[in-house]
Design a protein around this ligand. Structure first.
Ligand code: ADP
Length: 411
């Protein structure tokens, strides 16, 4: 019976999971518990996406925390895995700080360092680590591998990693970390496998979902990203504002008397497409609406993404391919068309029929820049990292020092 790898993505009120065969990384099951701390709902599906369970879930009326929620997932898995072993658990961890440039095998010392990074991502890191601790407790002796949203960006040149603040702030960790790294790494690996020449080329990848950012990739490595110190910077998102003049934030606090918590709520939860339209954060709802505010919000989003494509093309010294991914990038032909309008100056030209059909390549044949649509898969990227960590561990145990070592920790 083949062994399994469990991938966990623990958020503030949810735990998402996927289970892969360790040998070939085929997806077996996935699902999520949402509403942790309130009224949890448990939904699971098989590898084809068929729903297997979908129910409200209460643990004898007791409040459900991350550990209890993970217990529920494990109990459900026990019923379907038929005795197959989970040999490692991979975790999505939003922040690896300045040091973690690759996934890391979690030891008590590593967990301590990750806890110290919580102040850099207070909305996510504590919940990611709650999931990690719960898994370590429920699977004693099973390797836990932390995979970071920031790691793929750690090789940025200094300019792309810095704000123009005095050096001591950089030294204290106020840097442009960049996020969505697992998604970008997945896309970069897949493109390199499909087309090694393009894989070494100059790519702008637009990860456009509820959270949205763009990344400049050269030779398979990230060299710049639109997100900075937090996942608030860059392009507008479902409810997040994206880049804003810091002077406006100071004004809101000093002249309008808003508290930092109120400003935080405004910038994270009430802005972006939702704030601009006053209607919805959801691109599908905005595209279905005939209200002018909906059209204006969509047009603003496309304008801002277009501007970043130009900036990243400048950083790269040219662009060989533009790749759209995540919910909006993969599914909204109208958004892709709006973004690419006016980018002829960079050699970008969409083929309307291919774009409408959501073809893998949506640029006109022979265009200077390939425009591609690719499905991202962050959970699968984590599973790949876990498998690589396991084989590096096995090589090390056999006294073979070739190949990458885990944990890879840069001081
Ligand atoms: P998250 O960051 O939460 O993972 P997703 O990648 O799932 O977000 O993207 C969610 C966004 O994708 C929403 O704005 C949604 O409206 C949009 N989206 C999903 N499917 C479509 C579609 N068929 N057409 C237009 N937009 C879509």
């Amino acid at each position: 019976m083949s062994d399994l790898i469990l991938v966990l993505n623990a958020g503030s009120s949810s735990i998402k999971f996927e289970v892969f065969e360790a040998a070939g990384l085929q997806l077996c099951w996935g699902g999520q518990i949402e509403g942790i701390g309130a009224a949890p709902c448990f939904a699971t599906h098989d590898s084809e996406g068929w729903m297997l369970a979908d129910r409200r879930w209460l643990k004898n009326g007791a409040p459900v925390d991350h550990s209890a929620a993970l217990g529920g997932i494990i109990a459900w898995l026990d019923g379907v895995t038929n005795g197959r072993r989970i040999i490692a658990v991979g975790h999505r961890v939003v922040h690896g700080g300045p040091d973690f440039a690759a996934p890391v095998l979690v030891t008590p010392a590593v967990l301590h360092r990750l806890e110290a990074l919580a102040s850099l991502a207070p909305l996510h890191q504590p919940h990611n680590l709650a999931g990690l601790r719960a898994a370590a407790e429920r699977f004693p002796g099973v390797p836990q591998v932390a995979c970071f949203d920031t790691a793929f960006h750690r090789d940025h040149p200094w300019e792309a990693d810095s704000f123009a603040l005095p050096q001591r702030f950089y030294d204290r960790g106020i840097r442009r970390y960049g996020f969505h790294g697992l998604s970008y790494e997945y896309i970069a690996r897949r493109l390199a496998a499909e087309d090694p020449v393009l894989g070494r080329g100059r790519l702008v990848v637009a990860h456009l979902g509820n959270g949205a950012s763009l990344c400049a990739i050269r030779d398979g490595r990230s060299i710049d990203s639109t997100m900075g110190f937090t996942a608030l910077d860059g392009v507008p998102m479902g409810t997040r504002c994206g880049q804003i003049d810091p002077g406006a934030v100071l004004h809101l606090i000093e002249a309008e008397g808003m508290s930092p918590a109120e400003v935080g709520r405004l910038l994270y939860e009430e802005s972006g497409l939702k704030g601009l339209s006053g209607l919805s954060q959801d691109v599908r709802a905005l595209e279905a609406s005939d209200r002018p505010e909906a059209a204006r919000a969509l047009s603003y989003f496309a304008w801002r993404v277009r501007r970043e494509i130009g900036a990243l093309a400048a950083t790269l010294g040219g662009i060989d391919a533009l790749v759209f991914t995540a919910g909006i990038g993969e599914n909204s032909a109208a958004t892709r068309a709006r973004i690419c309008e006016g980018l002829g100056v960079l050699g970008i030209a969409l083929d309307p029929a291919r774009n409408a059909a959501g073809a893998p390549e949506v640029s006109v044949p022979g265009a200077a820049v390939q425009v591609l649509v690719r499905r991202t898969n962050e959970e699968r990227m984590i599973a790949e990292h876990v498998r690589e960590a396991l084989s590096a561990g096995a090589r090390a145990a056999a006294g073979d020092a070739s190949g990458p070592a885990y944990p890879e920790l840069r001081g």
